[in-house]
Write a protein that binds this ligand. Structure first.
Ligand code: TUI
Length: 320
């Protein structure tokens, strides 16, 4: 039913990639997503190489299905992550927060599928020329480090500009979002926030609860003036960041103040002073379910949505 260029690339049942969320995307989450028919991802982010190696070994133990590694290009340990991906012949690598030329050059010759996250048409064209296998076009609705263009506007422009498959990301939390992404020309979806709240996710319970309690305007974007804007649920930390931005404090001071905050939220459950990175679709996440139930239901709903659209707008109507 869902076979297309993305399932062919990923060797998965569904055209779904899990977001490469720092501190969240570990072997337990990745294996749950892969076992459910999507592509589970381990986030290398700033993980020390020996711990990342343990996570790679663990995911290989917990699933026979394909899995991936996300390499955050701004991270000081990205080189080590690339070498570990090479050592273990990781099937798929996604990249974020930068230009992935060195990842493509090192890993493509080894047979790794490389799928960079892009937030602009220009970068999508550039990575296609560099040899990327597909792109994840991530809209500003997403959580964490983001670009400026919405998913609705970015995805059709990227699909028009390149020939490799496009995976839509940012703001997708249910089957309606999947159907919409496909309507915009994407052939797959990346899901972050909704999977933070799955049963197998090891994030602190308070983090999951905060997402479930979130409303439409609960997220804010801080750090625009640093050049690295980040979307989080609003709390005391984001208010302090907003004040620092108004006061134009030096960028180094701002970044030093932010250091360790994501870990504080994810691991310790500090909902006041931790960085609760999450997308705008937090408000659409209503319960904690197993990854396999989330993924199966999202694609079943997408199928129902597409059938309803067809019967409402395309099938011959009996006119009275
Ligand atoms: O990378 C992400 N999201 C992230 S990374 C992250 S870790 C972090 N921790 C603490 C502070 C800040 C970050 C949390 N969330 N998403 C993928 C993504 N990549 N979004 C936007 C981009 C992007 C932006 C610019 C990719 C390439 C790019 O190129 C720059 C250029 O010069 O064109």
């Amino acid at each position: 039913m869902w076979n297309n260029r993305v399932t062919a690339l990923l060797k998965t049942t569904y055209p779904l990639i899990q977001g490469g969320m720092a501190w969240v995307a570990d072997a337990q989450l990745a294996s749950a997503v892969s076992n459910a028919g999507g592509l589970g991802i381990i986030a290398a982010a700033n993980m020390p190489p020996h711990l990342l190696e343990q996570e790679i070994l663990k995911v290989k133990d917990l699933t026979d299905k394909p899995y991936g590694l996300n390499i955050m290009l701004m991270s000081s340990t990205s080189h080590d992550a690339i070498e570990l991906a090479a050592k273990y012949r990781v099937p798929v690598v996604t990249t974020g927060a930068g230009i992935p030329g060195k990842v493509i050059d090192r890993l493509k010759p080894l047979g790794t599928t490389v799928i960079p996250v892009v937030a602009s048409v220009a970068l999508a064209k550039r990575v296609e020329k560099q040899g990327a296998d597909g792109v994840i076009a991530e809209g500003t609705e997403a959580g964490g480090h983001i670009g400026e263009i919405t998913t609705m506007v970015l995805v059709p422009q990227v699909t028009d500009a390149i020939n490799i498959p496009v995976i839509a990301a940012g703001g997708i939390a249910d089957g309606r979002g999947i159907a919409a992404a496909l309507a915009l020309g994407a052939e797959g979806v990346q899901i972050g926030t909704r999977l933070v709240c799955c049963k197998e996710s090891t994030v602190h319970g308070s983090y999951k609860d905060s997402i479930i309690k979130a409303k439409d305007r609960s997220t804010v974007v801080t750090g625009k003036y640093t050049g690295h804007p980040v979307r989080c649920l609003s709390n005391k930390l984001t208010s302090a960041f907003e004040k620092m931005e108004r006061d134009n404090v030096p960028v180094e001071e701002f970044e030093k103040f932010g250091s360790g905050r994501l870990r504080a939220a994810v691991v310790e459950g500090d909902m006041e002073w931790g960085s609760i990175m999450a997308g705008q679709c937090s408000a659409m996440v209503k319960s904690i379910e197993a990854a396999s139930d989330i993924i199966t239901e999202m694609f079943n709903e997408a199928e129902r949505v597409m059938n309803t659209l067809k019967s409402n707008y395309l099938d011959p109507h009996v006119r009275g």
